[in-house]
Design a protein around this ligand. Structure first.
Ligand code: ASP
Length: 310
């Protein structure tokens, strides 16, 4: 019988364990678990992988704990510019948006690009015009305000530095969100959503909305969602590289994912991780940082919710 499986992440980074209280840790794990269950419920009911990753990512976007949607980091101008992408493995259909502002769930806009436009990737002003053509309501900046994110920005404001929201040594947690799923029909999907990096400037776009870099799905191989230093993930074409190693070199999902994160990405100086699933319901969640917020559930009965390495 065709299995179903889902994996989600809430960002990789140098998570300093001593700075995480047991209570906070429980809060993050609970938020991951809720998103995981919301996505898995769709799969269990026979729903599509696309719908499952949408539901999981929307849940994470609505949580202030993660750097996407509500919890997005501050740009150098004190605003929030969000990126998101979704891709389906059976058709290779995809939609992506970048530099969008005031949108509650950027992943929904990315899906609308996939389903309601002739295009794949809309950015900035154009993406906002597209949202307005579909009558999206825009939220005030205050919806996206978070005291910790504001403080992280204050530490970098006025400098040229930009960073992963979870790489601060002071209180390091949160991150980009993503989900990958395999449904009972044997189809894969991947979705990723992010606020990017704190203090980013000049219309900076990370890997998350770039197909093949931070997000990719292909039924022939796998569905992948990445998190980490986006510039390196773009240069390493990380998500597609995992797929290529499976397709052209015959590596298993886990071999391919680990080769890319533990070797190829490190070789070019990149840090982060990814979650991946194949049509057999196998899941791989490698990272080369101290931790990665992650969770997974399969119809084989496995379930995990983890932050640090084992
Ligand atoms: N990869 C994201 C970016 O570079 C950041 C993250 O994973 O938190 O925009």
């Amino acid at each position: 019988m065709q299995p179903c499986a889902i994996a989600i992440h809430g960002g990789a980074g140098t998570l300093v364990k001593g700075m995480m209280t047991p209570e906070k840790e429980r809060g993050y794990k609970k938020a991951l678990e809720i998103a995981l269950e919301r996505g898995y419920f769709v799969l269990e009911q026979g729903g599509t992988a696309t719908e499952a990753v949408m539901q999981a990512v929307m849940e994470l976007e609505d949580s202030p704990l993660f750097n996407a949607g509500k919890g997005s980091v501050f740009t150098a101008d004190g605003t929030h510019e969000m990126d998101a992408a979704i891709m389906e493995g059976n058709t290779l259909n995809a939609g992506a948006v970048s530099l969008v502002t005031g949108i509650k769930n950027p992943i929904v806009l990315a899906r609308d690009v996939m389903e309601k436009s002739e295009h794949v990737f809309l950015a900035g002003e154009g993406a906002m015009k597209f949202a307005s053509s579909l009558d999206y309501s825009l939220l005030d900046e205050s919806y996206f305000y978070d005291a910790l994110r504001f403080q992280q920005w204050q530490e970098l404001k006025g400098t040229d530095a930009f960073q992963l929201d979870h790489s601060s040594k002071k209180d390091s947690k949160f991150g980009t969100v993503g989900a990958v799923a395999c449904d009972l029909h044997g189809n894969l999907a991947a979705a990723t959503s992010t606020g990017g990096m704190t203090n980013k400037r000049f219309g900076r776009i990370g890997d998350s909305p770039v197909l093949g870099a931070g997000n990719y799905a292909n039924n022939k191989t796998c569905a992948v969602s990445c998190t980490g230093s986006g510039e390196f993930f773009i240069r390493g074409v990380v998500a597609y590289d995992v797929s290529c190693l499976m397709e052209y070199k015959g590596l298993t999902l886990n071999e391919a994912a680990r080769e890319v994160i533990e070797k190829r990405l490190l070789d070019i100086g990149g840090d982060g991780g990814l979650i991946a699933v194949d049509v057999h319901g196998n899941i791989s969640m490698p990272f080369n940082t101290e931790g990665m917020y992650r969770a997974s559930k399969t119809s084989f009965g496995d379930q995990t919710v983890q932050i640090y390495s084992n």
